[in-house]
Design a protein around this ligand. Structure first.
Ligand code: GLC
Length: 631
């Protein structure tokens, strides 16, 4: 027992130990960005005070949670981590409703939940909540901060960690800082990127790309009322923050620690690539971004050490890895980052029935392991799919980058002859020819089309594709994220066009309401597509949790099978290799046992089906869309 009279002294001492542990990581980084400024000593002082205040305000139970995570710092890399991502209103109405759904999530095998944006958004269109007007309040439509704390505690009691979004790149133009800037307060104008004329915006624009070209063209917005141009990368109502101003760093750190003290375990940093602007570049993933993220990580380690960071950098493979910490940031930046390439390559190989590009990309760009970090793996999320395949990678396997990207868009939109997919186009860019894709997992995987025609074989194939995708993300290395509704094979929801704030944004086609009627029928719905998908995903997550070799720190080595339709990798676990193979085609295939034994398999046991894997001929048969985890 800690003597209560000494608790204060104990906490102080602990704080100072934590501060010393990460002092260089925090101030060493900040000095490089802000050290030249005359106000820098004041910045250091104010930040230190903010950290101290946050630690002081941190509830005792969370300090114990910090301790337990100090004792098992790999908690997020363990194979038992299985994620589920949802909009609170669409999943359970509101925060109070979430508590009632925890049995469902536990039954599915979930130990990590991502509540999609739940802080107070601007009124009207808020980009799905990513246009935040107050970082310290919960969206009133969902509940209160007290209720949020109750829900996180209920999750913790069941061994479920909670992730929420922290939008770093921009605030809503209705945020208090933006209001003050609008009113002419110079200190707050410096929180944003404002220009009196269009000289600089034009100069920047010449090398920037457009994120939402169809409905929010350009990266700047002109406001006659204040006679200013404002940097608005995403939508007009999302004003980019000026991170070269240390006050922005201080205020966002306070917001981050405030949320950490409400029980959040994982902070998902939204759109971090855009934090630093540099003339003549795309203003994405500049070196200063990594300095900032390294410093933010250190701030959490000091005042909320049980909290980790998930970075949402949806960029090409080579650009993405640094978000997990490379070079001087190794082990000190994001603990998690979205494995966007795995998602893109999954759909790409599925359409092409050819895994050569996938194998090339995974082998060339991704190290076999990363320090103190792992990936968030997924096949679908709330966003569109952008075909992030570089011309260079495509060329390396003998295809045209432009041609392949165009093929993928046509295929998943459903217009390519013979396509099994039913998707929707998102943000067609006439200038670059870029066409992104929206659509639910089940619709993209062929279930919608097969159900339309009552094609029984098509239904089987679609279910197999969905399950193969989940078996892939459950074994590749990282926390697999199941996107709400995918476990019930929910199809595209076309009703979004009737909602005025959503109609312009086809991403809402794959942001359906949870179908609880369908979920309630599951126990007797074993034979239905949704029953088969639910049982299959639950089985995959349970088997993943049982395989210690799927720990996030275990290296993933991509291997060749000699067959274009198969994708394979070995998890080089200390307890023996696990050889994972996936058949991306609707044709039968197989591999000789000798291929597996040469890679170190000893038991020829499939950890996924939990059964021996040998076929009658002494080979391993791989039916259409087969997935095996052989040890
Ligand atoms: C992220 C979100 C996306 C949002 C954007 C702007 O990419 O995932 O939904 O539109 O950031 O906040």
């Amino acid at each position: 027992m800690v003597d209560a009279s000494n608790l204060g002294a104990f906490n102080d001492r602990l704080f100072h130990m934590r501060l010393e542990r990460s002092r260089d990581d925090l101030f060493g980084m900040l000095e490089r960005l802000y050290g030249h400024r005359p106000d820098y000593p004041g910045v250091v002082e104010e930040l230190t005070e903010a950290l101290e205040a946050a630690w002081e305000a941190r509830p005792e139970d969370l300090k114990w949670r910090d301790m337990s995570r100090d004792l098992e710092p790999d908690w997020f890399q363990r194979p038992g981590m299985n994620g589920y991502v949802f909009y609170i209103d669409r999943f359970a109405g509101n925060l109070a409703g979430v508590v009632e759904k925890l049995d469902y999530l536990q039954d599915l095998g979930i130990t990590y939940v991502h509540f999609m944006p739940c802080l107070k958004p601007r009124p009207g269109d808020s980009d799905g909540g990513y246009s935040v007007m107050d970082y310290t309040e919960i969206n009133p439509a969902l509940g209160t901060m007290d209720e949020f704390e109750t829900v996180t505690r209920a999750c913790h009691e069941r061994g479920i960690s909670v992730c929420i979004d922290l939008v770093l790149n921009h605030t809503a133009k209705e945020h208090e800082w933006a209001r003050k800037a609008w009113e002419g307060d110079e200190a707050f104008r410096d929180f944003y990127l404002m220009f009196v004329d269009d000289t600089l915006p034009k100069a920047y624009e010449s090398t920037l790309i457009e994120i939402f070209p169809a409905n929010a063209p350009g990266n700047f917005t002109r406001y006659d009322e204040i006679n200013r141009w404002v940097w608005t990368t995403f939508n007009e109502h999302q004003w980019d923050l000026n991170w070269s101003n240390p006050r922005v760093f201080i205020e966002m750190t306070k917001a981050m620690l405030f949320l950490a003290n409400k029980g959040v375990d994982v902070l998902r940093f939204d759109a971090p690539a855009f934090l630093w602007k540099r003339m003549g570049t795309r203003c994405q993933s500049e070196p200063e971004v990594h300095i900032l993220l390294h410093a933010l990580r250190a701030a959490s380690r000091i005042a909320a050490p049980g909290v980790i960071h998930l970075e949402e950098a949806i960029v090409g493979p080579a650009e993405m890895l640094p978000y997990l910490g490379r070079g001087e940031h190794d082990g000190k930046e994001g603990n998690l980052a979205y494995h966007n390439s795995l998602m893109v390559q999954f759909w790409s190989a599925l359409a092409a029935r050819d895994t050569r590009l996938m194998t090339h990309v995974m082998r060339t760009h991704f190290p076999t392991s990363v320090t103190n970090a792992t990936y968030a793996t997924y096949i679908r999320c709330h966003d569109d799919i952008g075909w992030a395949v570089t011309d260079e990678d495509a060329k390396a396997v003998g295809v045209s980058g432009f041609g392949h990207r165009a093929f993928l868009s046509d295929f998943y939109e459903g217009s390519f002859p013979g396509s099994f997919s039913r998707g929707a186009l998102f943000q067609v860019n006439e200038e670059t020819g870029d066409k992104r894709i929206s659509g639910s997992t089940a619709s993209l995987a062929g279930l919608e089309a097969a159900l339309e025609t009552g094609d029984a074989e098509g239904i089987d194939r679609a279910i197999d594709r969905i399950l193969m995708g989940h078996a892939l993300i459950a074994s590749h290395g990282g926390i697999p994220l199941v996107y709400m509704g995918d476990e019930l094979a929910l199809l595209n929801d076309h009703s979004y066009v009737e909602v005025p704030e959503h109609a312009h944004d086809s991403r809402w086609i794959h942001r359906p309401m949870m179908d609880w009627t369908r979920a309630a029928r599951l126990p007797d719905g074993g034979g239905t597509p949704e029953g088969r998908v639910f049982d299959g995903i639950r089985h995959i997550l349970a088997r993943r949790a049982a395989v210690t070799g799927f720990h996030g720190a275990v290296p993933t080595e991509i291997v060749d099978t000699g067959q274009d339709g198969l994708y394979a990798f070995v998890r080089q676990a200390p307890t023996g290799p696990i050889i994972c193979v996936f058949n991306f085609t609707e044709h039968w295939s197989g591999l000789p046992v000798s291929w597996f034994t040469a890679l170190g398999a000893t038991q020829m046991h499939d950890h996924l089906s939990n059964a021996p894997v040998m076929g009658p001929e002494g080979g391993v048969p791989l039916p259409p869309y087969a997935r095996v985890w052989v040890g």
